[in-house]
Ligand binder design. Structure first.
Ligand SMILES: [Ca+2]
Length: 183
């Protein structure tokens, strides 16, 4: 092999490797984008508002479980650190008909609704620990959780804490869905 041919082969090999690498990056990003943006039924929608009473809608995103330590930072891009509120919505899959309990630990206040019925109502300043019991039929139930932060630290945790699901499991996948699945 002449030096010229060798150099040509080397350049072609490098070009092929670069092309494969670029293809892998494009494909990888495509899979990542799809999993984040479409066809992902699991999780909940969270809407963030300026003001403690859902005054000004500012941001929206999907979350896989209700387990957030915002600390003293911004809960989402463009949302103030102090004086914000967030509303989590979706559908809760109840695996079997039974009595269930839900526990919330939050800063500041929290409310939890199932099928528009209040299960937890602890809308107060500072750290809140609250729980609620409810008998639920197997199947999907409309879930809504509301939370606010007046200032300083902010967090929100909601867990199963009584019933057929192991206690201290976060309210999250695989039991939460953004939309009610078609029967
Ligand atoms: Ca606070």
């Amino acid at each position: 092999m002449s030096r010229k041919t060798y150099r040509f082969t080397l350049v072609m090999r490098m070009a092929a490797t670069a092309a494969w690498l670029a293809l892998a990056i494009v494909l990888g990003y495509g899979v990542f984008w799809l999993s984040k943006n479409s066809g992902q039924p699991y999780g909940l929608w969270v809407e963030y508002y300026g003001g403690e009473q859902f005054n000004t809608p500012l941001a929206r995103r999907a979350e896989l479980q209700v387990s957030k330590n915002y600390g003293r930072g911004h809960p989402a891009f463009g949302v103030p650190k102090d004086r914000f509120s967030d509303r989590w919505t979706g559908w809760l899959l109840v695996p079997e008909t039974a009595e269930y309990a839900f526990c919330a630990f939050s800063d500041d206040g929290v409310r939890l609704y199932l099928d528009d019925r209040v299960v937890i109502d602890s809308w107060q300043l500072g750290e809140n620990r609250a729980h609620g019991n409810v008998r639920l039929e197997a199947g999907y139930h409309a879930l809504r959780i509301e939370h606010f932060n007046a200032g300083r630290q902010a967090f929100l945790y909601v867990e199963w804490c009584g019933g057929p699901i192991p206690s201290s499991s976060p309210l999250g996948i695989p039991y939460v869905r953004k939309q009610r699945p078609k029967p």
